[in-house]
Design a protein around this ligand. Structure first.
Ligand SMILES: [Zn+2]
Length: 141
């Protein structure tokens, strides 16, 4: 399960809609308790992919800056989010090929004609880094 506040979810969905027809992407920082993930911060990233319409690549500088602060504040990188312009909310072949780091939740937003229509969360599990869908819980702030 991944737990987000409705403000955090709004931030992600509006990023996905603004980036349309390109993919948006960002990092989720928070805490992990067993298999559950509690998001504390949503960090939008520039999409550094060469073809952002069907790929995403997190800005390495964002990751680098966050790593240092997360260590100081005992927070973890718990997930990554990105959007699929007119592409569904399931991991694409590209996502499966490029999946890295187990235990991260991948939040995928399906954006149709500029509107976010579906969001699904997928947990990347070892071995073999397979995706398994996990539930999303939205709490009020
Ligand atoms: Zn994708």
């Amino acid at each position: 399960m991944i737990v987000l506040t409705n403000l955090q979810m709004d931030k992600i969905l509006s990023h996905a809609e603004c980036a349309y027809p390109d993919e948006c992407c960002g990092l989720l920082v928070g805490e992990r308790r067993v298999r559950d993930v509690f998001v504390r911060e949503v960090h939008q990233s520039a999409n550094r992919a060469a073809s952002p319409a069907n790929q995403f690549e997190i800005d390495p500088q964002l990751r680098f800056d966050l790593e240092r602060r997360m260590r100081q504040e005992s927070l973890d990188l718990v997930g990554v989010y990105h959007s699929h312009p007119d592409g569904g909310a399931w991991p694409s072949e590209t996502d499966i090929d490029r999946a890295w780091e187990s235990d991260l939740v991948w939040l995928i937003i399906d954006v149709k004609d500029g509107s976010a229509v579906a969001t699904r969360a997928h947990l990347l599990l070892e071995p073999k880094l397979r995706f398994k869908e996990t539930s999303i819980e939205i709490i009020s702030n």
